[in-house]
Design a protein around this ligand. Structure first.
Ligand code: ADP
Ligand code: MG
Length: 697
């Protein structure tokens, strides 16, 4: 394969007309080889087949005309600190004035008599004027066929490169190498000839698969040609999809390789456990596991008993009860004499887990430690001496330990022996790289990652293709309902009155703001610290406290402790409370500037209430209620189903927020777009899976 790829791996200097200066400039566009150049994506295309005449130019619509400069000049003013450069273009049908502010050097670029393409929007008719249009001087040089009478590409440029030079270079590169562009995945994407055969055999099947079939009917070489010099404008989109398919195939193959490497190399630690810790743990819980939770634990136990390490994603909506599943999984490993690391994205959540797990596991003789950025290590110390668990190895007679922490666990200073299991909570807040770094602290430990962000299945398979997925499908019984309302800021007095009523009934409340310190006057975005005094007065005599990311760990800790113990009734917070925080008596949440948050994030925030038997209320106060914002927020009024919300978020905002850090792998896509190309992602997965079953191809 490498000899086939070799021509495209040649440096750009292999192309005629590329000197050392060009190499530097092209490097700024991430172009080093001929192959890189061929994948440089045009910013747009310009149809020069018919072209507008100046006399017919439409107002305020981007258009291109070709003409000759008949006059040009520069006006200086404001003591020569400012200038306007202008030329007049004539194409025989009329004249067009083109103006630029404060770019006096343009006077040296253009000469009267130059033939120039001008692309821009016509601002006025009398005289016909364009401001700051894009220009391209026609030269009598190479490749006239690249620039005229066709659809031409317009590339992103860097200072010193001209559009025309780059287009000419691309044209030459395609002439010279176009025939040598190999299929990237020749065994996965059937060759054009075999497809033609198939097509004659089964026309019905072709019709069925029309959507992706058009993409498959294109070779990679043809796609790259159409990407730059399409016969018709829509061809560029098809070309993009074909190249996107290759990118999805790259990703799927990488995922499969990671998986196969794991299966062949990894010998997992035995972590099945013997129930001697789980039994007493479950007995003191005060509730029984739901069927969903039990089913998931059965899957996990089977994983832990296998010879290859578990790689499992646990999905469950906010409040579904993932923590208990994590605890049981940890106990299986601890029972087997292994140590366990649990990583959470915020200090508040890590501390909450630390407190809960200490409460649950310390009596069982398990040692629990906390490691966050601000705390190197805190231990529930008694456990160290309180006897052993499992069968600690002769080399290391300490009892098994559960270490809980933030990303501090990923740092080099943290080491742990006998690491049998890694658990990552709210995994979408971490990247794949962090996950892998934590895993490397042990010898192929088992991995359980948890997320409350449900992602549509195909997207999940694309991003998390190397993980098995378990789902907690139902919330535990006995939860009160959550009612959600969207309100304008004019209704705030009523909202506070409502909050006071709930507080008088003994409930607690969260009030969430997007910012910490200062209100952003331009957008009217409120900040917790700025609102504190006003709200403390508004809600007195109930006690109000502040919680945000700038507090120290100790301060956060004591605020949370006060809130949990109901010494404080109202928590004014930023989105630091988004993940994990669990206080059942808190039944009211007011989110100000709700329009600033994404739907998935609002759903997470709202998940802080509705955790007990009382009914709960969430009020979304939107400062600027545009139609857009209203449509988005209404989704939350209508449903508490995390899955439906995630899909709406995907539709309305794209995959960015939904995927969080997980998309870092996907960001390397040049052509693929996860919002638009899920069909292609699915096709790529099918093609890769098919070959896995037919190893001979
Ligand atoms: P999440 O899935 O969002 O992490 P948690 O694990 O924090 O949810 O659980 C939310 C609440 O539900 C906790 O207070 C937990 O004790 C409770 N819970 C979990 N499982 C059950 C169950 N089977 N029955 C009743 N309550 C449960
Ligand atoms: Mg949780």
């Amino acid at each position: 394969m490498s000899e086939v790829l070799a021509p495209l791996a040649r440096p750009v200097t292999a192309l005629r007309g590329v000197g050392p200066r060009h190499v530097e400039l092209l490097a700024k566009l991430d172009v080093a080889t001929v192959g890189d150049l061929l994948l440089l994506q045009p910013r747009r295309h310009e149809d020069r087949r018919t072209g507008w005449s100046i006399a017919q130019l439409p107002l305020k619509v981007p258009a291109t005309v070709l003409g000759r400069i008949v006059a040009q000049g520069t006006n200086y003013y404001a003591k020569k600190t400012k200038s306007t450069f202008e030329f007049i273009l004539d194409d025989g049908t009329g004249r067009l004035h083109c103006r630029w502010w404060n770019l006096p050097w343009l006077a040296d670029k253009f000469r009267v008599g130059d033939e120039v393409f001008v692309h821009g929007k016509l601002l006025s008719l009398k005289p016909r004027t364009m401001d700051h249009p894009e220009t391209e001087i026609v030269e009598t040089g190479d490749e006239p066929s690249a620039h005229l009478h066709r659809i031409v590409p317009v590339y992103p440029l860097t200072e010193g490169l001209s559009q025309r030079w780059l287009r000419g270079l691309m044209w030459r590169a395609l002439e010279e190498y176009g025939e040598q562009i190999p299929e990237r995945h020749p065994t996965l994407v059937p060759t054009a000839s075999s497809r033609r055969l198939e097509a004659t055999n089964g026309p019905e099947r072709r019709l069925e698969a029309a959507g992706t079939d058009a993409v498959l009917s294109l070779t990679r070489a043809a796609a790259i040609r159409s990407l730059h010099f399409p016969a018709e404008l829509p061809d560029t989109e098809l070309a993009r999809q074909r190249l996107a398919l290759d990118e999805f195939l790259d990703l799927q193959l990488a995922v499969r390789a990671r998986r196969e490497k794991l299966l062949t190399n990894a010998k997992s630690q035995p972590c099945k456990g013997d129930n001697h810790l789980i039994r007493p743990y479950l007995a003191q819980l005060g509730f029984t596991l739901t069927d969903s939770q039990t089913a998931v634990l059965r899957e996990i136990r089977a994983d832990l008993a296998r010879g290859t390490p578990m790689r499992r994603l646990l999905q469950g909506d906010v409040g579904a009860g993932k923590t208990v599943v994590a605890a049981c999984t940890a106990l299986m490993a601890l029972e087997s004499g292994q140590n366990v690391a649990l990583m959470a994205p915020t200090e508040i959540l890590a501390e909450q887990h630390f407190r809960n797990f200490t409460l649950w596991l310390k009596p069982l003789g398990v040692s629990v430690e906390l490691r966050t950025g601000s705390r190197k290590t805190v231990e529930s110390r008694e456990s160290r001496v309180e006897g052993r668990t499992g069968q600690p190895s002769a080399l290391d007679p300490r009892p098994s330990t559960l270490v809980i922490g933030t990303h501090a666990l990923v740092e080099d200073t943290f080491t742990v022996g006998r690491l049998g299991l890694v658990i990552i909570d709210e995994q979408h807040k971490f990247g794949v790289a962090q996950r892998e770094r934590l895993l490397r602290k042990g010898h192929y430990p088992h991995l359980l990652v948890m997320t409350a962000t449900p992602i549509p299945r195909t997207l999940g398979l694309t991003i998390y293709g190397d993980l098995d997925v378990s789902v907690i499908a139902h919330l535990p019984p006995g939860r009160g309902a959550i009612k959600t309302f969207v309100r304008g800021p004019d209704k705030l007095p009523k909202v506070w009155a409502f909050v006071r009523e709930r507080l008088a009934e003994g409930r607690q409340a969260y009030v969430v703001y997007p910012r910490v310190e200062d209100t952003d006057l331009k957008t009217g975005t409120k900040a917790v610290m700025a609102e504190f005094e006003k709200l403390a007065k508004e809600l007195a005599p109930h006690r109000v406290a502040l919680l945000h990311g700038r507090l120290s760990a100790e301060e956060k800790d004591s605020v949370m402790a006060d809130f949990r113990a109901n010494r404080v009734q109202v928590l004014l917070a930023t989105s630091v409370i988004e993940v994990g925080v669990d206080v059942a008596n808190a039944t009211v949440m007011v989110i100000e500037n709700a329009e600033q948050f994404g739907l998935a994030q609002l759903h997470q925030l709202r998940g802080r209430i509705g955790r007990g038997a009382h009914d709960s209320w969430c009020v979304l106060v939107a400062a600027k209620l545009t139609d857009d914002a209203r449509e988005r927020l209404q989704v939350l009024e209508e449903t508490t189903d995390g899955f439906a919300i995630a899909e709406a978020d995907l539709r309305l905002r794209g995959p960015g927020e939904l995927l969080g850090q997980a998309q870092s792998g996907a960001q390397q896509f040049k052509f693929a777009d996860l919002t638009r190309d899920l069909e292609l992602a699915k096709l790529a997965r099918e093609l890769v899976c098919e070959t896995a079953q037919n190893p001979e191809v």
